[in-house]
Design a protein around this ligand. Structure first.
Ligand SMILES: Cc1cc2nc3c(=O)[nH]c(=O)nc-3n(C[C@H](O)[C@H](O)[C@H](O)COP(=O)(O)OP(=O)(O)OC[C@H]3O[C@@H](n4cnc5c(N)ncnc54)[C@H](O)[C@@H]3O)c2cc1C
Length: 371
């Protein structure tokens, strides 16, 4: 049986490992830490087709959604297809939503009254209307990751935690304890780690590191339901899907004037509620090769300030704060796949859509392999 070795137990590593196993490969997964601690357990858990460009990328995201739902049923983790609500406060944002919705039956434009009636947590002050999209879905990243690891074991995937790969030979990898694992195909899904394996290839791929600040509220009172994943004006300038709307540049210009600090720190805000009643909130975008260990209190305040503009929460006490790091393409690619050697696939720079696009990418990688 052909043998695939996968490096990394984040969502990219797990989706490739599980897909390869389903296709009849013998699979070994090697993870540096005792459990996944990277971007895959630090994100919102939003599966976000609405952020993807129309065409193949959106198809990949919708394929990923189907796989997430299938896997949630098999591996037994929480998933909630609750949809997303993009709230418009500025007239330019309302114009963007109208342009975005025109020509597609997949989205519902709601006027102000309808929005507030269906989503009472939306802030009514200055609200013009909203766009509801049913596809978006939430998982709880740490528990989904843990359940996928158990499921991978059940499938017969050999998992080695606490096992950093330090070198790639022609047909085997070497780990820090001196073991060698032979492969016919190797997938490197090492997250934001750019320095150890194939650093020159990564450096040539025009990617940079991005740090994002995140928060989680205390559980909201029983009965409170956000009703959807909520975003607003700032987010419409963030994702590729809205790039082609004629009013997006006008909205961006206005936001840059009105919210210069949000622009400086790359703040746009997503609020996603999880099964335990908590809300995950974020984020900011800071670009550098290395980051100081401390996070910025003023950036958290910018996030909370923007949040208050579109959500009225019963309890905005913050229980946890953390940051995540991902690699992002400097030239706007939403996924960067490198082949430093013929039998080696390096998946990197999934930016802020890695949870959404992972399963579709894994499907493509494994289909391209000749066993
Ligand atoms: C704050 C934040 C919010 C986000 N929100 C969303 C969202 O809501 N929706 C969405 O679709 N995407 C989101 N993303 C993006 C998404 O989380 C990432 O694209 C995705 O998790 C990347 O997965 P990964 O497996 O490549 O990396 P990681 O999860 O970082 O996993 C890489 C793994 O490789 C291991 N590793 C590294 N080097 C070695 C080595 N030499 N040997 C062995 N193991 C090694 C690491 O220990 C780690 O466990 C967000 C990202 C962040 C940071």
């Amino acid at each position: 049986m052909p043998h695939a070795v996968i490096i990394g137990s984040g969502i990219i590593g797990l989706s490739h490992a599980i897909t390869a196993k389903e296709r009849g490969w013998q699979v070994t997964l090697l993870e540096r830490d005792g459990r996944a601690l990277g971007a895959s357990v630090r994100n919102f858990g939003t599966l976000w087709p609405i952020g993807c460009a129309f065409g193949p990328e959106r198809e990949q995201a919708l394929f990923g959604l189907r796989r997430w739902k299938e896997l949630a049923a098999r591996a037994g983790f929480w998933i909630r297809p609750q949809g997303s609500l993009s709230l418009a406060y500025r007239e330019e944002a309302w114009a963007v939503l109208n342009e975005f919705a025109s020509g597609s039956g997949e989205f519902a434009l709601l006027d102000r009254a309808e929005t507030l009636q269906r989503f009472p947590a939306a802030n009514p002050d200055g609200l013009r209307g909203a766009l509801f999209s049913a596809a978006e879905t939430v998982v709880h990243p740490p528990s989904a990751n843990a359940a996928l690891v158990s499921y991978a074991r059940e499938l017969g995937i050999e998992m080695h935690f606490g096992t950093p790969v330090i070198r790639v030979h022609d047909d085997a990898v070497e780990t820090s304890d001196g073991q060698r694992f032979a492969f016919d195909r190797l997938v490197i899904a090492a997250g934001d780690d750019m320095r150890l394996l194939f650093p020159q290839e990564l450096a040539a791929a025009q990617i940079y590191r991005c740090r994002l600040q995140m928060m989680r509220t205390v559980p909201q009172p029983t009965g409170f339901d956000l009703g959807a994943i909520l975003v607003s004006d700032l987010t419409l300038c963030h994702y590729p899907a809205f790039r082609d709307c004629p009013s997006t540049p006008k909205l961006r210009s206005r936001l840059e004037v009105e919210l210069p600090q949000h622009k400086e720190w790359g703040v746009h805000v997503i609020a996603a509620q999880h099964h335990d009643g908590t809300l995950t909130l974020g984020d900011s975008h800071e670009y550098a090769a290395d980051f100081a260990p401390d996070s910025h209190a003023e950036v958290d305040e910018l996030i909370l300030d923007a949040l208050r503009g579109f959500v009225c929460l019963p309890d905005l006490r913050i229980a946890q704060r953390w940051h995540g790091i991902y690699l992002k393409s400097k030239i706007g690619q939403t996924q960067v796949v490198l082949h430093p050697r013929e039998n080696v696939t390096m998946v990197t720079a999934m930016g802020g859509l890695g949870m959404t696009l992972s399963w579709g990418l894994a499907e493509k990688t494994i289909s391209d392999w000749q066993p």
